[in-house]
Design a protein around this ligand. Structure first.
Ligand code: PRX
Length: 681
């Protein structure tokens, strides 16, 4: 996947990052260390490769198992690894039931509606238990769902989303949560791929001050799913305001059901959590890759829950007394692992905020933190950049106190890191910069907050039990402090790792393992390093600095988009003949997609076509993917064999002169034309 990278942009990314100067250390405050869950460095010894894989029992023992496993790691189908084989466990039980004796009346979730005049709503563990049981009864008895079935959940950030997920988990039903910002079409593709008969959705939700009609997306999703060969029998619709239908979209008799009405029949119902094989599937999570087709990372029950619980406890430093707020969306992996499963498995209080961080102003997050007494805060560089730009002095106005903060999802610029540390953390909180991916279940690299000093812009070493390495193109290991960028890989499997790509084992092997695997039939995990698809550098102190993707993936404001996915949307516009999408650096979003299209012969460029391309992307993927600029070019810069030179376009998009030697192109003259066009925008 990476070898033919002349078309990618990793070189320029790496160059940029290499020119960052090495930053100094920031040490964790004493009072943080005094209360931290993990202060003992010997954890690294316990989780060394010598003790692999049994070391992970330490994390697994944080959970309540119905039955212990007989085999910690089964490699017989490598690189599809099986963890805790023979074990039986239920995720819903672990996140709810087992906490009741001690924490029945403690808030499990605090829901913060976007409209600021609506008070936050606390859901105790007892209440979560009741809601999950009643909804699970409905799913089982009304819908007829059973272990192994798939359900697509397309919902906003509301309490009913984790309730739906945990109800599925209680029954062993596999949930596939699709980010609420995805369009109906994107949702439909995922319904078809996962073969879900059921969609769980909500009528509407608040975003940027508006009550959006969300149910309408289900109509589109169903049409697209049907085209893809999947019929949807039932749509279950939660009401954003119970008792009132907040959507303009009509209900279809016999197919659409209002959950809040149906639930009346299930009052008081209890459903025994189904003891599931540890190797059962908890959920699918779609993500973007190098082809247009979205792929679902398939996550296990026992291994995944073990890993997110361990890392939540030690890297997030979650105690049951903490009020923990991760401002990600549950529709992405961060939300699954570090809003729902990890924090709830530890009996924490997890805050769910419905809306945009800067609504109605950039002081909102800090008002929420002040009101709820949040002490652990978790967000992404893109949000930090936005809050810094719009309200650099806002945090100082509010009386909250974080002990711990996280950044995740993109590289964070040292300048931005320092604002986060000084202004948001008030120099009293530790920061962990956690590097990982949808495929990984949980953190791969990060400092351990009470053990290591922090270094702005660097994630840190591998977390316990994760043994990262940087390989060059030929599989040679780059030593500590080499100051060279290479492909970051993980030497060993770990319990949170995805099991495969749903329905596409070949793609799983070729994307993540083929490049560095030397023995195709090997059953030894040592022969199967996991290739993340990121470029990274390893400093002399063992800290990894992640530079960005080496494949055709663009990380837009922490949302992962495949360039091929975007390009195929452009081709939906009838006038468009060819499309190329490249990443452009953006002050707020990290990267944004720049779109280049060439039109069919005889078609004249127009603003309408540009708009049609933007619209096609919005409809096929979602508004969050809408590009800022669409350039209609007379021709794409191409190699003599006819391949579009995306590298050249990316360089132009980033206003750089370093296009390199273009004389070998089939049409070098077009580069100047495009350059002029870009500079004039
Ligand atoms: O490029 C890396 C970047 O986000 C990608 C994974 O995106 P996704 O699967 O959507 O998961 C995001 C949240 C886990 C990675 O391949 N990335 C993630 N975390 C960091 C990062 N880049 C730099 N620093 C990070 N801390």
């Amino acid at each position: 996947m990476v070898e033919k990278k002349t078309e990618g942009t990793e070189v320029s990314e790496a160059e940029v990052a290499v020119h960052w100067k090495e930053e100094g250390y920031y040490h964790p405050p004493r009072d943080f260390i005094a209360q931290a869950n993990m202060t003992d460095e010997s954890i690294y010894k316990r989780f060394s490769l010598e003790n692999f894989p049994d070391c992970f029992k330490e994390y697994a023992d944080l959970l309540s198992w119905d039955q212990y496993w007989h085999t910690t790691l089964d490699t017989s189908d490598a690189p599809c690894f099986k963890w805790f084989v023979g074990g039986k466990i239920n995720a819903s039980y672990n996140c709810i039931d087992r906490h009741l004796a001690k924490y029945r009346n403690k808030a499990a979730i605090i829901f913060v509606p976007e409209p600021e005049d609506a008070d936050p709503v606390s859901i105790t563990y007892q209440d979560l238990y009741v809601r999950v049981n009643e909804f699970a009864a409905l799913l089982r008895d009304f819908v007829g769902l059973k272990a192994g079935d798939r359900v697509t959940i397309h919902m906003p950030m509301v309490t009913e989303l984790p309730v739906s997920m945990l109800a599925c988990a209680r029954l062993g039903v596999i949930h596939s949560v699709v980010f609420g910002g995805f369009s109906g079409q994107a949702c439909g593709d995922r319904v078809a791929d996962s073969k879900s008969h059921v969609i769980i959705t909500m009528d509407g939700y608040y975003r940027n001050g508006q009550l959006l009609d969300h149910k309408q997306k289900a109509e589109e999703a169903i049409k697209i799913a049907e085209k893809g060969g999947q019929k949807v029998d039932k749509v279950l619709i939660w009401q954003r305001h119970p008792g009132k239908y907040s959507s303009e979209t009509k209900l279809v008799e016999g197919r659409d059901f209002i959950v809040n009405d149906l639930l009346k029949k299930y009052v008081g119902k209890r459903v025994d959590p189904v003891p599931m094989p540890a190797e059962g599937i908890l959920f699918l999570m779609y993500t973007s890759g190098t082809t247009g087709k979205p792929k679902a990372a398939q996550h296990s029950i026992g291994g995944y829950l073990t890993y997110v619980t361990g890392t939540s406890k030690y890297v997030q430093d979650i105690h049951p007394e903490d009020v923990y707020w991760c401002m990600a969306d549950i529709g992405w992996i961060t939300g699954h692992s570090y809003i729902v499963y990890g924090p709830l498995a530890l009996a924490a209080t997890s805050v769910i905020y419905e809306g945009v961080p800067t609504y109605p102003d950039a002081g909102r997050p800090w008002r929420i933190a002040q009101r709820l007494n949040v002490n652990i805060f978790h967000t992404a560089p893109t949000a930090i950049r936005g809050l810094r730009k719009l309200g650099p002095d806002e945090p100082a106005k509010y009386n909250y106190r974080f002990k711990h903060m996280t950044t995740v999802g993109e590289p964070i610029e040292p300048e931005v890191w320092k604002w986060y540390y000084k202004s948001v953390g008030k120099e009293k909180a530790v920061i962990v910069d956690t590097w990982w991916q949808t495929e990984n279940g949980g953190f791969l690299c990060s400092t351990m907050p009470a053990i290591h000093p922090m270094k702005p812009g660097s994630a840190g070493p591998g977390v316990p039990g994760i043994h990262p390495v940087i390989f060059d193109e030929d599989g040679k290991e780059l030593p500590l402090g080499s100051n060279k960028a290479g492909n970051v890989c993980i030497r060993n499997p770990w319990p949170g790792m995805f099991q495969t790509i749903w329905g596409d084992r070949a793609r799983y092997v070729s994307t993540y393992f083929a490049k560095y695997n030397k023995k195709k039939d090997s059953k030894d995990w040592r022969d199967w390093p996991y290739m993340a698809g990121d470029a990274a550098m390893l400093a002399a102190d063992g800290y990894f600095r992640i530079l960005g993707r080496v494949d055709d993936v663009i990380n837009v404001a922490g949302h992962r988009l495949g360039t091929k996915e975007l390009e195929s949307c452009c081709l939906v516009v009838p006038e468009v003949a060819e499309a190329a999408v490249v990443p452009r650096n953006d002050e707020l979003k990290g990267k944004i997609p720049d779109v280049y299209v060439a039109l069919k012969p005889g078609v004249k460029p127009s603003k309408e076509i540009e708009e049609a391309v933007k619209k096609a992307i919005e409809e096929n993927i979602g508004k969050f993917a809408r590009p800022k600029d669409v350039y209609i070019v007379p021709d794409m810069p191409k190699t003599r064999s006819g391949k579009i030179m995306r590298r050249v376009l990316a360089t132009l998009s980033n206003r750089s002169d370093k296009v390199g030697d273009v004389t070998t192109l089939m049409n070098p003259e077009v580069v100047e034309v495009i350059k002029k066009m870009v500079l004039e925008r």
